[in-house]
Design a binder for this molecule. Structure first.
Ligand code: ATP
Length: 236
């Protein structure tokens, strides 16, 4: 087991957002979290990467308890998150943004290799390596955010809404690239509004409702599940 989340509770002030969830991710999988707005998907990712505090329960990654570590320590432990809303550094070039993603690595050769791989995954970024990130299109910024997350050579990539606000052709491209990233050996946890595409890409999925996991199954089974069809896939 690469990631083992047990009875995870998270509170914002006095309000509990996660009421004890269990999630397991095997090495090499793509696992998707589905659920309506406010169900707690982003909170789950943020808890894994140490951006919000765990009030109860545990998060174990590669046999190590993460829930007691601050976010900057989690990064060096091979988990990176590409946040919702992209958040690239607009006044820096594409290449400078990517280099920032490797700030934890002192191995120059490895950093150069990652950069080469990312430019292979996203040829559009290669063409625009000296362009200021703030002038990229939304889709290109999304690619850059994912590329930057990959620069630290993660074992687990957390993706929050990678298709948000993108034109359908770019959504297809991003999903294809996520599959390539996974085939290169990176385990992926994916939060997506586009449930159908997420389930087609993922091996397994979890369905969240108001801070709880209400369903867990193979992606194929979830795609055929009548409740999932009704609630998240726009009916049959
Ligand atoms: P969405 O798809 O809308 O992003 P989500 O499933 O990712 O939804 P979360 O963002 O994890 O849901 O939010 C879960 C609950 O926690 C919501 O009720 C939300 O209002 C609340 N919440 C999230 N972040 C904070 C915060 N920083 N302070 C207070 N409450 C928060």
């Amino acid at each position: 087991m690469l990631l083992d989340i047990k009875n995870l509770h998270v509170k914002y002030g006095n309000v509990e957002a996660l009421h004890g969830i269990d999630v397991e991710v095997e090495e090499g999988e793509i696992v998707t979290l589905l659920g309506a707005n406010g169900a707690g998907k982003t909170t789950t990712l943020n808890a894994i990467s140490g951006l919000v505090n765990v009030t109860k329960g545990e998060i174990v990654f590669s046999g190590e308890a993460l829930h007691k570590l601050p976010a900057h320590k989690v990064v060096t432990r091979k988990i990176t998150q590409s946040p919702e809303g992209r958040r690239v550094f607009g006044v820096l070039t594409v290449q400078e943004n990517l280099n920032l993603g490797a700030f934890t690595s002192k191995n120059k050769e490895r950093v150069a290799k990652s950069l080469e791989w990312i430019y292979e995954l996203f040829p559009r970024l290669a063409e625009r390596r000296t362009q200021l990130a703030g002038t990229l299109s939304g889709g290109e910024q999304q690619m850059l955010a994912i590329g930057r997350a990959l620069m630290s050579n993660p074992k687990l990539l957390l993706l929050d809404e990678p298709s948000l606000g993108l034109a359908p052709v770019l959504v297809n491209q991003i999903f294809k690239t996520v599959r390539q990233i996974n085939q290169a050996g990176v385990t992926v946890m994916l939060v997506e509004q586009n449930a159908r595409m997420a389930l087609k890409l993922a091996h397994r999925g979890y369905v969240m409702e108001v801070g709880k996991i209400v369903m867990a199954d193979s992606a194929q089974a979830l795609l055929k599940n009548p409740d999932v069809l009704q609630a998240y896939l726009g009916g049959a």
